[in-house]
Design a protein around this ligand. Structure first.
Ligand code: ATP
Ligand code: MG
Length: 366
């Protein structure tokens, strides 16, 4: 459906130097899917989205939607933004304050190229207002909406043109945490119901995990890894992705050799020899970085059976309501373990640590 290939977009800065904002960006989004660009501030997410929208002109690359090329440096094609037929909600969404909810949502239809009858327009607008659960507020002044409702209105306005592609740039960033979580579910429902192909931009990893069919993790203008949310979380391919998406424990190690099944290795680390899963083929003496998520660091007061078990000591505890974060000391090393609050081992007490061998990932050291 959407195909982005080898996109390079640059800006000149104040000193006339070139900022390489997006480099070699390649991905495709199948029909009806939600694809997320995830990464820290300044990594090139908005630049990539604006390049797709036609608001920036890349130096090189090609962008096509359903085999219609809207930009190609090689073929000399550049379709103007208003002729691409994409819907967009910007990082700072803007509703028009002097209009009602209905008028806001209907506005794109009035300025659009296709002329609709009054009844057709009314049906379309009421359909998107119903989908965004704003139909009962249609006559209200747009400024008299809550933040979440305004956000939904910005979305309704992008949807009313029935764009073949929806581009969303941090559409939930202005909301408080609670509302953001609620809107996350609504957005997901809406996207799935309307089966609208979407490119979503966020720096919030939990939002990306919750919403996406696929995620591209970006850093310094480049895509480092593309995969399903579970892939990205459970099989990060490098240190940056492991660290940026979720929290994790890192351990430096050196490969001793294979460990039974294919893809399994024994690795020497400062806490002892660990059985791990390699993300790529490894050889003896390769330097690796182990990543294991806090929820995969099991704790028990009685010694458990199986591999990767050590005795440690509870160093710190942070009660978070639905879970407790334990910091457990193994020699000089502290590991973070996220446990159910039913585990109440006091600070200073001995505790057994077990690293789930299926969840200990060996990344090649940089
Ligand atoms: N118009 C511009 N002129 C010059 N440099 C720009 C311009 N727009 C963006 N940049 C630079 O390009 C890089 C990528 O910016 P971009 O806005 O794409 O980042 P982002 O990932 O969307 O970040 P954020 O999460 O903060 O919105 C940054 O270094 C930024 O300073
Ligand atoms: Mg941005």
């Amino acid at each position: 459906m959407l195909r982005v290939e080898g996109l390079y977009t640059e800006y000149p800065n104040e000193r006339g130097e070139i900022v390489k904002a997006a480099q070699d960006i390649t991905f495709s989004v199948p029909e009806g899917r939600l694809f997320t660009l995830l990464g820290p501030s300044g990594c090139g997410k908005t630049t990539t989205l604006r390049s797709i929208a036609g608001l920036e002109r890349p130096r090189v690359g090609e962008i096509a939607v359903k085999d219609r090329v809207v930009y190609s440096s090689a073929k000399g094609v550049f379709v103007a933004p208003n002729r691409r037929g994409f819907g967009m909600v910007f990082q700072s969404y803007a509703i028009w304050p002097h209009m009602s909810v209905y008028q806001n949502a209907a506005f794109p239809l009035q300025v659009g190229e296709r002329r609709l009858s009054r009844q057709e327009a009314r049906d379309k607008v009421m359909r998107v207002l119903a989908a965004t659960q704003l139909d009962h507020l249609a006559e209200r002044e747009a400024t008299k909406l809550s933040g979440g409702q305004q956000q939904r209105l910005a979305l309704a306005r992008a949807l009313v043109m029935e764009p073949q592609l929806l581009l969303l740039d941090e559409p939930l960033s202005n909301l408080d945490a609670k509302l953001r979580e609620k809107m996350r579910f609504e957005l997901k429902r809406l996207q799935r119901e309307l089966r609208i192909t979407t490119v979503y931009v966020t720096h919030d990893q939990s939002e990306a995990l919750a919403l996406s069919h696929e995620i591209a993790v970006m850093k310094d203008g480049r895509i480092l890894q593309v995969g399903s949310p579970r892939d990205i979380y459970e099989r990060p391919r490098n240190e940056f992705v492991a660290d940026f998406v979720g929290s994790t424990n890192f351990l430096d190690g050196s490969v001793l050799g294979p460990d039974g099944d294919e893809g399994r290795y024994r690795v020497r680390t400062e806490i002892g020899d660990v059985s791990v899963l390699g993300t790529e083929p490894l050889r003896a003496d390769d330097k690796v970085l182990l990543s294991v998520r806090p929820e995969d660091v099991a704790l028990a007061e009685a010694k458990p059976a199986g591999a990767n078990v050590w005795e440690g000591r509870v160093d710190q505890k942070v009660f978070l309501g639905e879970c407790v974060d334990f910091q457990v000391k193994l020699g000089e090393r502290v590991l973070l373990s996220r446990r159910h609050p039913s585990l109440r081992t006091p600070i200073g007490h001995a505790i057994f640590v077990q690293l789930d061998p299926e969840k200990c990932i060996a990344l090649r050291a940089a």
